[in-house]
Design a protein around this ligand. Structure first.
Ligand code: AMP
Length: 145
């Protein structure tokens, strides 16, 4: 079976084009980070490359390099902002791998001992809460050395 193609009308492509809003936490020339609207825990953040790819396997290595650097930067800020004891990162590929939005993205979820993750795509978070969480992470990014 032929590999599925990138759909430029996927929801994250629309966010990148500014056609739909997001709670932005970080942006540079190659990447964008914003709050997941159905968080599996407080502070659940997504980091995406601006270059189009469905997932890990069809991504340009240069885009991947920029992505992982941003993931580390944002992960540090998420950990600080939520006083997390640890972090869980997910990156799903294709429906069989659990992917539901077909533009490469990395999930960053702050973790504390004994607090389980909520269900993937379990429910929409309150907009005001997401805005406050995004502001917290932006502040932590500004405080980064
Ligand atoms: P997945 O493709 O399974 O790795 O996950 C896609 C993630 O995107 C899910 O965790 C959704 O909650 C999240 N999501 C879907 N639509 C939006 C949106 N408009 N803004 C932010 N996050 C979204």
């Amino acid at each position: 079976m032929a590999d599925a193609q990138y759909d430029p009308d996927n929801i994250f492509a629309k966010i990148l084009r500014g056609e739909i809003p997001c709670h932005r936490v970080y942006e540079d020339a190659d990447t964008l980070a914003f709050m997941d609207v159905m968080p599996q825990g407080d502070g659940h953040t997504l980091v995406i490359p601006k270059a189009p790819s469905r997932g890990l396997l069809d991504a340009d290595p240069a885009a991947l390099s920029a992505l992982i650097v941003s993931v580390q930067k944002v992960a540090r800020a998420v950990k600080a902002a939520f006083q997390a004891e640890g972090l869980t990162l997910f990156q799903f590929n294709e429906p069989a791998g659990g992917q539901t939005v077909f533009h490469l993205h990395v999930h960053i979820i702050p973790r504390r001992e004994g607090v389980p993750l909520k269900r993937h795509e379990g429910g929409m978070a309150d907009n005001a809460v997401l805005a406050e969480h995004a502001a917290r992470i932006r502040a932590a990014l500004e405080a980064e050395p």
